[in-house]
Each structure stands twice: as structure tokens, then as C-alpha cells.
Design a binder for this molecule. Sequence first.
Ligand code: IYR
Length: 331
Amino acid sequence: MDAYDRITRNAAEVVTDEEVRALADSPDGKRAYVGYEPSGVLHVGHMLTANKLIELQDEGFEVVVLLADVHAYLNGKGTFAEIRETATRMQEQFVAYGLDPDRTEFVLGSEYQLDEEYVLDLHALELETSLSRAERAMSEIAGGDTATVAHAVYPLMQALDIVYLDVDLAIGGMEQRKVHMLARDTLPSIDAASPTCLHTPLIADLTTGVGKMSTSSGVSISMEDSAADIEAKVEKAYCPPTADPDPTDDGEERENPVLQLFEYHVFPRFSEVVVERPDQYGGDLTYGSYDDLEADLESGELHPADAKGALATYLDDLIAPGRERIESQRA
Ligand code: IYR
């Protein structure tokens, strides 16, 4: 695998391929970033993009984590004081999860987003952007039916962050892609470059395999889950013996979330995965790659129940340090 393959491993898409190839040719000192609205506790969505940041650190990238306090405020996530408080806790959880604190720059959005220059650039982007475009960009990010003026400002600030944090690569889940496309189209109007982007896949809803896993609806796995919570959630997960399940009767696409969690959470962080089985069921199985595990699930060699047991154990290993951090934050 060359640097390009490692950088784009598990990405749902990159924009554009040529731009990412150029970064892969000389990654040293290049800057990649993800922005997160501070929330009390990390969940699998945060951890998925964090996995990519950890991989990029290994490739020589400098990593910036934006704790987007102003964005969270614009998205109705609480008072400014509450959001600030959660930002600090979130930073500690990212470090517990595995981001190298010596090689990660944590930035609070409000450190620069209220500066006069930033605000004037924001107003320049507002002049260039239709309300409908801004609203469309937010369709996967803001809940609720009524778009507010705050929701129109939000994606333009996210675009400007790329300029002010001076990053070469913007990372985000697929739900961020429309904001990034807006950034690519509008930043040249203020003489800034169109950003290069890498989007990570979304994990499907754990119990149905339909849509995306979400903290607000359905079951999600977060850093505050106990080992028993994780085990119970994974045990109930939808896991047919294929990575490509049939759609529902209503025609909705389904994924296999158990396999997705192996692919995007477990294998990026563990070089080998052992599925423990009693001798009478064939003994332990050891996998050096996701593809081998998927092939065994599809062939019937690996039973979904055994796969789930191993998944719960590995997820717990990933979550345990952060969970301890949260417990001490609450003490
Ligand atoms: N829109 C993100 C939060 C966010 C991301 C970036 I990248 C920013 O520059 C600012 C905010 C979310 O949905 O959490």
C-alpha cells in the first residue's frame, strides 16, 4: 500500500483524487482537520473521523481538531457557557481515544471566529451565497424542520474555518459533504483556494441497518457505555451473513452495521482480530484483514453471534480509556 492508498483507506469519497494524490506525494507538515460541535460524550461518529486523523498523523500530517463552540451555539446546542465546558471534556476524551496530544492542535472556534477580519470575510461569503444553497448544505447536519438564519451562517463559517486554520485537507463524515462543496465553490470569491476534502462513510442504524446511526434517534454506541451496554447493543444488532443485505420491503437500502464497525472502527486500530470460540465450535479464528473476516461471515465459517461477541470486546477496548476519563471528569 502506498501513501495515497493509506490516506484514502476506508474513505467514502475524496474531492478531488488528483489533489489528494498531490498531498500524498509530500504529506510532511501538511495540515488536516476535523471540526466537531462539542457534545458531552464522544460517539462512534466522532471516533470514525478520529481514526482517520490518527492514520494521518502516522503519515506525517499535522492534525487540527476544531472544537466548534460557535457552530454548536448556532445549531441550538445550549448556552455558550455550557458548550465551552463540554469542549474541554471532549478534548480530553479525544486524547484518551488515541489522538497524540503532542501532535494535535486543539482549537476553540471562538478563539478566532469573532475577530473582525473573520466576521468581515463571513459577510463577504454571505453576499455570494443564496439562502437555498446554505439551507441545502445543512440538510444532513441540522435537525428540525425550520431552518433559521443561524443555520444559513453556519456552513459559511465552516467554509471560512478551512482558510483561517490554514489546513490542506478537510475531513468529515459524508453528512458534511454539501458544506464542503459549498466551500469549494464560494471560497475563491474571497481569493481563497478550494479545499481538498476526504469524507468518511456513515455507519448504518445498529438495529435495522437502514439509514445512519444517530444519537438522537435509535441506538448509538458512545464513550459512556459500559462493557455490558456495548455487549447488549451489539448483541441486538442487525447482522445477516452478508456485507450487502437486501433492501427492506419498502425498498430502503440496508447495510450490515456489525461488518461496518469491524471495517471502520476495529481493523483501523488493531492489526489482528481474534474471534474466540470454544473448541467444539472450531476454536479461535484470527483475522489479519477485514476482507478475510467478511468472507468468513459470508461463507458461514464465522457465525454472526461469534462475530458480535468479538466486536463488543474490541469496541470496549477502544472505549475503555475514554470511559475512565469521563468517570473522573464527573467525580
Ligand atoms: N459541521 C460539523 C461541525 C463543524 C465542522 C467543521 I470541519 C467546522 O469547520 C466547523 C464545524 C458537525 O456537524 O459537527
